[in-house]
Design a protein around this ligand. Structure first.
Ligand code: FUB
Ligand code: ZN
Length: 634
């Protein structure tokens, strides 16, 4: 028997964070449909698995990432661009950007134009370099929401000032183009990541504003969004970025500013996918399909080699309009961000048709293309993307960013449809495919997260193509935001983790929740419920699929025992029926009194999981799981 190798999650408990929530600002606009998120700023993870993690993340990962970004010139690039903006310097000369930013062919940041870099007078890296700076800083902002740390806040603010200094008069912000190729701005949307960078800046700005209340970054993000809005859209330029991200970022920007143009622009970028690009709206005209590499047998899967990318193929989910896409294809990070934005737009009633479209794509991924770890992307087609259905070799790609994007997406599906099955996959991906990207020490990272590796796979302190370390930096401190959600007078508990939360529940006012648990090492969870005053509401507890013999929806993976020990529940010491509703939640609708106590007991035997017979590689094998964790040897 062989065991799928994913992540070893050690169990170290210590006290976590103090909170600086007093500074948290502005609630984002609520969606029109589905659930409303309970922002991570209202949740404190203390002790237990996550308290320990987020604390270590703050102490080690965030400073480590910022140091590396500084050392690798992600921030000083802005200083160079600022000089150009300020008129102090002409165009800067320095190495070449990687034309196609080819991640599978090495480490662009590590080798290029070292002479100029040493002199500090040339832009370093490529056209996606700014995004890493933004993501690292965004991580710092999220982390600061739960950690009092004036020195870090000062550092973040100073770097943001350097970034804003590089913004051009018309709102344009991209250090690479400003300092190095000003004549080529917006010239190659397919490959050059300007939209992607812009989206990440918007996300940073929203996080910074929510942390501090300051509008300096937010105002800069608005200027940038306005600049893009002035150039792209109906009656303007019909085009889309090759790396989606801005679509979901614009929705965040809309939610904190109330500016509807940003929501419309997000929709425009989604709707223009699969259309011919130019100065008027035209239908997609088919181009000859590119030659795709032959299917790779699994023994060669680890020798990734990119073919020349076509500029119009499924890699960028731009091969046909999104509403016509029935299969998940192409780059898995781009797909995850796109599907996230689709679910968001459906929730905001901006594009209700996306709800069905994204459900179809969800089934394709979860029923046919997902690893047991929640990992996505085999890179079978050399595009860091999805492979063929049921072709899931264990020595695979599963980029950390793709797995993180997967969590973002499942979260939004859960919010859109209020069904626990999405939170099941969110939890699975969170504990396995996503968390495996960062070492327990907090200062080493995976780009790929294979389930099996003959040579051994080591996390490294930095990756020149820094998308994954910086994505992990911003992802981990957001975990508190996945625990709870609300709808009218119902409070949903999606994840179990030690800590406290304060949830605003309409007429019932503010409800305090306190979870005590050693989850995921132990299935015992105590929740103390303290409404401001006794009030009637529905507390909906997610009964995880893995606790009732159905680790994932669909048939891609099957629990050997589909009737495990019963879930137990006591309310103020008295047993309660635990049968969940069709939405996967156990509903406790009653008049809640301050101090009411729930004791949930999720059985945690070791489970043997079998793959669908079509997953050839896993025939005759089982994976071992306990709770949501897929076990591994490292
Ligand atoms: O291009 C930006 C990021 O770099 C992508 O999301 C990753 O897959 C890597 O290619
Ligand atoms: Zn990445």
């Amino acid at each position: 028997m062989r065991i799928h190798s994913t992540t070893v999650l050690a169990c170290i408990f210590m006290l976590a964070c103090t909170s600086c929530k007093a500074t948290a600002q502005t609630s984002p606009l609520a969606p029109q449909k589905g659930l409303r998120e309970v922002d991570g700023r209202n949740v404190t993870l203390t002790g237990g698995f996550w308290g320990t993690r987020v604390d270590r993340h703050h102490r080690i990962t965030i400073p480590h990432v910022l140091d590396k970004l500084e050392e690798r010139h992600h921030f000083s690039n802005f200083d160079l661009a600022a000089k150009v903006v300020g008129g102090d310097l002409g165009m800067l000369d320095g190495g070449n950007a990687d034309e196609a930013h080819n991640p599978l062919e090495g480490d662009p940041g590590a080798t290029e134009h070292s002479d100029n870099r040493k002199k500090g007078n040339a832009i370093v890296g490529n056209h996606a370099y700014d995004s890493d700076a933004y993501k690292g800083l965004e991580g710092a902002c999220h982390s600061l929401c739960n950690h009092e740390d004036p020195a870090l806040l000062e550092r973040v603010d100073a770097i943001i000032d350097r970034i804003i200094a590089a913004q051009q008069e018309d709102g344009y912000l991209n250090s690479y183009y400003t300092a190095k190729e000003p004549e080529n701005k917006w010239s190659n949307l397919r490959l050059n990541h300007e939209m992607y960078n812009a989206g990440h800046f918007m996300e940073l700005a929203v996080a910074h504003h929510q942390l501090t209340g300051s509008t300096k970054a937010l105002d800069a993000a608005r200027r940038l969004a306005d600049h893009i809005d002035a150039n792209f859209g109906p009656g303007k330029r019909y085009d889309v970025g090759g790396h989606q991200e801005i679509e979901l970022a614009l929705i965040k920007l809309y939610r904190v500013t109330g500016e509807e143009r940003y929501l419309k622009l997000s929709r425009f970028f989604l709707e223009e996918r699969g259309h011919a690009h130019g100065s008027e709206r035209r239908a997609f005209t088919d181009v000859p399909p590119r030659t795709v590499p032959e299917k790779r047998p699994d023994e060669t899967m680890r020798k990734f080699r990119l073919r020349k990318w076509s500029t119009r193929n499924g890699r960028m989910q731009d091969h046909k309009p999104l509403l016509e896409q029935k299969e998940a294809v192409g780059h898995a990070v781009r797909a995850g961000y796109t599907y996230s934005a689709m679910a968001d737009l459906a929730r905001f009633n901006e594009a209700p048709d996306y709800a069905d479209a994204v459900r179809i794509l969800w089934e394709d991924v979860v029923f046919r293309k997902m690893y047991l770890t929640g990992g996505l992307g085999t890179a079978q087609y050399g595009d860091e993307g999805f492979g063929d259905p049921y072709l899931l070799p264990n020595d695979t790609y599963c980029e950390s960013c793709a797995n993180i994007a997967h969590v973002f997406w499942q979260h939004r599906m859960n919010l859109m449809d209020a069904e626990a099955k999405y939170a099941d996959i969110l939890e699975l991906t969170l504990y396995n495919g996503a968390l495996s990207g960062v070492a327990l020490s907090g200062d080493a990272f995976f780009y790929r997260n294979p389930l099996e590796s003959a040579e051994g796979e080591e996390r490294v302190p930095w990756i020149g193509l820094a998308c994954c370390p910086t994505n992990l930096a911003r992802f981990i401190p957001q975990v508190g935001g996945y625990l709870y959600a609300t709808k009218d007078n119902a409070l949903y508990v999606n994840l179990y983790a030690a800590g406290q939360a304060s949830v605003d529940l309409g007429d019932s006012g503010s409800i305090k929740l306190e979870q005590e648990t050693d989850f995921p090492w132990d299935g015992g969870i105590q929740i103390k419920v303290t409404p401001g005053k006794a009030s009637v509401f529905d507390l909906k507890l997610r009964i995880p699929g893995w606790a009732v013999g159905r680790t994932v929806p669909g048939t891609l993976y099957r629990d050997e025992l589909n009737q495990p020990a019963a879930v137990g529940l006591r309310l103020n010491g008295k047993p309660v029926d635990t049968t969940p509703g069709p939405d996967g939640y156990l509903s406790l609708k009653r008049k809640w009194q301050p101090g009411d106590r729930i004791e949930l007991d999720l059985p945690m035997p070791v489970r043997r999981i079998h793959a669908h017979p079509k997953l050839e590689e896993n025939r005759g094998r089982v994976a071992l799981m306990r709770g949501p964790v897929v076990y591994a040897f490292e």
